[in-house]
Design a protein around this ligand. Structure first.
Ligand SMILES: *[C@@H]1O[C@H](CO)[C@@H](O)[C@H](O)[C@H]1NC(C)=O
Ligand SMILES: *[C@@H]1O[C@H](CO)[C@@H](O)[C@H](O)[C@H]1NC(C)=O
Ligand SMILES: *[C@@H]1O[C@H](CO)[C@@H](O)[C@H](O)[C@H]1NC(C)=O
Ligand SMILES: *[C@@H]1O[C@H](CO)[C@@H](O)[C@H](O)[C@H]1NC(C)=O
Ligand SMILES: *[C@@H]1O[C@H](CO)[C@@H](O)[C@H](O)[C@H]1NC(C)=O
Ligand SMILES: *[C@@H]1O[C@H](CO)[C@@H](O)[C@H](O)[C@H]1NC(C)=O
Ligand SMILES: *[C@@H]1O[C@H](CO)[C@@H](O)[C@H](O)[C@H]1NC(C)=O
Length: 273
């Protein structure tokens, strides 16, 4: 129950105020955003921490303004055992998108917990083989820790100087997760609303997370079909179903109608959004 409530809590927030209580409960069961982490037996303290809201992800980080050293501890949930979790920076000025991301992707490989670097390109988006490769960021250190489905990625980077001038540049963070990895190649993530929402620009001076502006798109033909189908299921069936449940189930089952209604509205909203 906890992970699914967690995943949907941002949707709950959009529903009428009667559900705010539920939403509050949901956010408390999500992994806490903490500045203090123990990684590989050593305690690390970061200056900032942001709850990234989608996919149960959060990020603790410190930026040394004078030499541009950025230390990040990203954590997220793999959808299943054997899945992957990734985080990266898209250094291009217009980079709130998947293509261009310089990514760190972690998973359980046959030889142990692994984090490797990946250069995400438009070909990756179109399904080209996704092998690990050098990236354009200067990496000082990397580490990974996997506890159940929770994957922690530690990265220390030397940022280019035009990204450390925090009066002008927001840093574009991109993250995601997927079901499987084969031969060190992460399989594509899915395209649910939550799976294409892992994009945020963070003001590295104030620590304020901006609203995402763009979402990566699956190939257009897939998007059209899936979206049309999901929209019909979401808005066409589940939402009216929720209203009907509220009207008529009330008569038969005093206490359960509300929960049926809430669940149907949540599903309806999630699929239709
Ligand atoms: C961080 O966590 C460690 C281990 O739980 C604890 O000993 C330490 O006091 C904590 N430090 C801060 C600053 O919270
Ligand atoms: C950057 O500066 C910080 C604080 O002065 C220092 O701890 C760190 O070692 C420096 N990193 C590099 C790569 O010089
Ligand atoms: C920073 O500089 C690099 C190389 O000159 C450029 O490719 C990149 O777009 C710049 N990033 C920003 C945020 O201006
Ligand atoms: C596992 O194998 C890969 C590919 O050979 C290598 O890059 C990686 O460092 C290895 N990981 C561990 C934990 O030995
Ligand atoms: C990443 O891929 C892009 C597009 O193919 C390429 O232009 C760029 O040089 C690659 N980056 C690195 C560090 O290899
Ligand atoms: C940061 O950018 C602003 C505006 O472009 C510029 O005036 C300032 O000198 C830059 N600061 C540093 C440390 O580069
Ligand atoms: C980032 O935060 C700093 C300090 O709060 C602020 O001065 C600056 O305008 C912000 N930058 C952007 C691009 O919002």
């Amino acid at each position: 129950m906890a992970p699914s409530l967690c995943a949907y809590r941002h949707l709950l927030l959009l529903l009428p105020s009667v559900l705010l209580l539920l939403a509050g409960t949901a956010s408390r069961v999500c992994a806490e955003c903490a500045k203090n982490h123990t990684l590989g037996g050593a305690n690390k303290l970061f200056a900032n921490c942001n709850d990234l809201v989608v996919q149960g992800a959060n990020i603790a980080w410190s930026l040394e303004a004078e030499n541009g050293t950025l230390e990040v501890l990203f954590s997220g949930n793999a959808p299943v055992a054997g899945g992957w979790v990734g985080w990266g920076i898209n250094p291009s000025a217009s980079g709130l998108s998947m293509a261009g991301t310089q990514a760190f992707i972690a998973f359980q490989a046959h030889n142990g917990s692994t984090v490797l670097t990946y250069n995400v390109t438009t070909s990756t988006q179109l399904g080209a083989p996704f092998a690990c490769s050098p990236i354009s960021l200067r990496v000082l250190d990397m580490a990974v820790e996997i506890i159940g489905l929770r994957i922690y990625i530690f990265v220390s980077l030397s940022l280019p100087s035009n990204q450390t001038n925090t009066s002008t540049s927001l840093l574009n963070h991109v993250w995601n997760r997927g079901q499987s990895v084969s031969n060190f190649q992460p399989a594509p993530h899915s395209f649910s609303a939550e799976d294409v929402s892992g994009l945020k620009a963070i003001n590295m001076s104030s620590g304020i997370v901006s609203v995402e502006v763009k979402q990566p798109q699956p190939p257009r033909y897939l998007l059209k079909n899936r979206h049309a189908i999901l929209n019909t299921v979401g808005w066409g069936i589940l939402l009216p179903g929720g209203v009907i449940a509220a009207r008529y189930l009330k008569l038969v089952a005093e206490s359960s109608w509300f929960y049926v209604h809430v669940v149907m509205q949540m599903l309806g909203y999630g699929l239709g959004a």
